[in-house]
Ligand binder design. Structure first.
Ligand code: AMP
Ligand code: ZN
Length: 114
C-alpha cells in the first residue's frame, strides 16, 4: 500500500528504531512509548485491521505473537511479564491502519485497560 506509514517504515522510507526482523515481521520502538519498553510488531504484508484477516493470514499472525515472545526474552522482561495489544478501529483507538501488535514491558500494567 502506497500511503501507509508502517509500509513506509518497512520500506525504509521513514526511519525507525528497529528491534527485530525476520522474513515475516518487523519490530521497532513506538515513537510515543506508553511503557519503558514499547515495541510495535508489524507483518511485512499490509493488512489494515483485524477485521481484514483471512485464513491465509494465519501464519503471519502467529509470527507476530512468536516475535513478541522472542523480543520479550531478548530484552529480558519475559519472566516478569508484559502486555500485548491489538487495537481495532474507532472503539479500539486504532490510529495506524496497518496491523500491529503492541508489546509493552518493564512496568506493572493494570486491568481493565482504559
Ligand atoms: P494504534 O493506536 O494501535 O494504531 O497504535 C499506533 C502506534 O504507532 C502509536 O502507539 C504511535 O505512538 C505509534 N507511531 C506512530 N507513528 C510512529 C512512527 N513514525 N514510528 C513509531 N511509532 C509510531
Ligand atoms: Zn501498510
Amino acid at each position: 500500500m502506497t500511503d501507509c506509514l508502517f509500509c513506509k517504515i518497512r520500506d525504509g522510507e521513514i526511519p525507525s528504531e528497529k528491534v527485530y526482523e525476520n522474513e515475516h515481521v518487523l519490530a521497532f520502538n513506538d515513537i510515543n512509548p506508553a511503557a519503558p519498553e514499547h515495541i510495535l510488531i508489524i507483518p511485512k504484508i499490509h493488512i489494515s485491521t483485524l477485521n481484514d484477516l483471512k485464513k491465509e493470514h494465519t501464519q503471519t499472525m502467529g509470527e507476530l505473537i512468536l516475535a513478541a515472545k522472542e523480543i520479550a526474552k531478548l530484552k529480558g522482561f519475559s519472566e516478569l511479564g508484559y502486555r500485548t495489544v491489538f487495537n481495532c478501529n474507532e472503539h479500539g483507538q486504532q490510529t495506524v491502519f496497518h496491523i500491529h501488535l503492541h508489546l509493552l514491558g518493564e512496568r506493572q500494567m493494570s486491568w481493565p485497560p482504559g
